[in-house]
Design a protein around this ligand. Structure first.
Ligand code: BTN
Length: 261
């Protein structure tokens, strides 16, 4: 474990037989791989273009939070996709990204992972990875999508992204360093496999199998800090959160942050 040097040459060799990951842009340090991928996508970069950085100086998370990727410690990757998914199924991209991340980590680490809606990856009650999807539309149809994935691999970020939940890293769980080149290869392979299931209910069912707090009482906080309380029922076919309200009615929630209460 931990044998591969994290470089353009090793990553490009490991991805040579994968569907995605070509062309590959590798940076020792960059502000945000998502920023770079968005620039490349808007200039016409093809589906499958992958941006990888050893360090991010201004990595971004959901709700404009910071995401920390100190040098040598994690995975910060952004993949350009050009799927023509309908607006109804657009959240399948982040569902795909979080599932691909879970399967990649489980392939290399002896751990069982959970998914916290909408797309946080948790092990043992701590967050180890997150997904940020950014989309440019041409009228109703996506022109390009950037699937950004950040994984805390061999060190905990020195600054925390968000203090509302505990953060961890893979080596802390496994007790050994994890090879980032192998992890990235698994991740890109899984995205390629799951890509064929976009728009189908099978991807939703796979995600639901991992769903954190299913059947439990939660509060969902929206961007205006309003809370909706209820019991987690699962995901709807479009990826929204289904909860049962205290009055027994079902409600679909499209964005927000879940907390256990
Ligand atoms: C979250 O949990 O809020 C999402 C975190 C997403 C972080 C990744 S790291 C690679 C890519 N580049 C970014 O600036 N953000 C995403």
């Amino acid at each position: 474990m931990g044998r591969n040097i994290f470089s353009h040459a090793t990553i490009s060799e490991s991805l040579s037989r994968e569907k995605f990951g070509h062309p590959l842009y590798f940076y020792r340090s960059i502000d945000s791989t998502n920023n770079e991928a968005k620039i490349l996508a808007s200039k016409g970069a093809p589906e499958g273009t992958l941006v990888v950085a050893d360090e991010q100086t201004a990595g971004r998370g959901r709700f404009n939070r910071r995401w920390f990727t100190p040098r040598g410690s994690g995975l910060a990757v952004s993949l350009i996709l050009r799927s023509k998914l309908s607006k109804d199924h657009i959240s399948h991209i982040s569902i795909l990204g979080s599932l691909a991340t879970v399967y990649a980590i489980e392939h290399l680490c002896n751990a069982s992972l959970k998914l916290k809606w909408p797309n946080d990856i948790w092990i043992n009650q701590t967050k180890v990875a997150g997904v940020l999807v950014e989309i440019s539309y041409n009228i109703e149809v996506p022109e390009w999508l950037v699937l950004g994935i950040g994984i805390n691999v061999n060190a905990k970020p020195s600054e925390l992204t968000n203090s509302s939940y505990p953060v961890s890293f893979l080596a802390n769980i496994t007790g050994h360093k994890v090879d980032r080149v192998n992890l990235l290869q698994q991740l890109v392979r899984n995205v390629g496999i799951l890509y064929n299931q976009l728009g189908e209910n099978s991807i939703i069912e796979k995600w639901e199998e991992r769903m954190l707090w299913k059947g439990q009482h939660v509060a969902v906080i929206d961007s205006g800090n309003n809370a909706t309380e209820g019991i987690v029922l699962g995901l709807s076919p479009n990826g929204s959160l289904l909860i049962q309200l205290p009055n027994g009615k079902k409600s679909e929630i499209y964005s927000g942050e879940i907390r256990l209460i």
